[in-house]
Write a protein that binds this ligand. Structure first.
Ligand code: KIV
Length: 265
């Protein structure tokens, strides 16, 4: 096993190699990711969509996130484990943020948390890092603000939006973030942010110039089929494989072909 990935190791990777991050929500997937050398596992609030079947991530609660992060913790030994702060667990006040982020570290064994937002989160990021909670930022398309933006369109396309995003990135780096996710922004803008920041940028739909990449594991495995953004590459077609397996099982049971005598006691 290679050395444990801490937030400092993660930051050092910026100048050395690309950083590979995937989400996980359960023990088994977490163990497979860790075994195969992933740098960080994010317990994303995307769990609400790909696991719980909610329409957006807004319904996800702290208790749900703690439950999933605990399961993932049992499977991860080497990778950095990051818990995603769900909607309204940090927006109302920095005090809420500290209490809820504390639960991720204390109850669930996460080593860092992720929060969405730019300059408006500076005070919160400062408080979290002051009490020893490492923070990953998240800029660009921030799914918890879906109703404010009215959709999942690309962000940072206009000059004004791009300039704001660069200022946000600088502000959250200064506030103490150890890394930042850049979601669904033009690749030229992602390159500029990546060049300007000392902390690693982790892209999702932000092109090839970021320091690392993240995908939702159900997307890259071809398990989640409700929609497929352009930036998702499917490395497997597991939904189709599962359907084939389920159909075969049902047929075997119906025809009395399973179980056989040698599969019985
Ligand atoms: O919730 C999530 O999985 C995320 C990643 C896609 C960055 O925020």
């Amino acid at each position: 096993m290679k050395d444990k990935v801490t937030t400092t190791v993660f930051q050092r990777l910026k100048s050395r190699e690309k950083i590979a991050v995937l989400t996980a929500y359960d023990y088994l997937v977490a163990q497979l990711l860790d075994e195969t050398g992933i740098d960080a596992v994010l317990v994303g609030d995307s769990v609400g969509m790909v696991f719980s079947g909610y329409h957006t991530t807004l319904s996800v609660t702290m208790d749900e996130m703690i439950y999933h992060t605990k399961a993932v913790r049992r499977g991860v030994k080497r990778a950095l484990l990051i818990g995603d702060m769900p909607f309204m667990s940090y927006q109302a006040s920095p005090e809420d943020a500290v209490a809820n982020a504390g639960r991720f570290l204390q109850e669930a064994g996460a080593e860092a948390v992720k929060i969405e937002g730019g300059r408006e989160m500076v005070e919160t990021i400062g408080k979290l890092t002051q009490v020893g909670i490492p923070v990953m930022g998240h800029l660009g398309l921030t799914p918890q603000s879906i109703h404010q933006f009215g959709g999942y369109r690309i962000r940072g396309k206009s000059q004004e939006e791009a300039a704001r995003l660069i200022q946000d990135a600088q502000a959250i780096e200064e506030a103490g973030c150890f890394s930042v996710v850049l979601e669904k922004i033009p690749s030229d803008l992602a390159r500029e942010v990546t060049q300007q920041l000392k902390i690693p940028t982790i892209g999702i739909g932000a092109g090839p110039h970021c320091d690392g990449q993240v995908l939702v594991v159900h997307d890259m495995l071809g398990l989640f089929e409700r929609f497929k953004p352009k930036f998702v590459r499917r490395y497997a077609q597991l939904a189709e494989e599962m359907r084939t397996a389920f159909r075969a099982y049902i047929q075997d049971v119906k025809r009395g072909k399973f179980p056989r005598q040698e599969e019985s006691y």
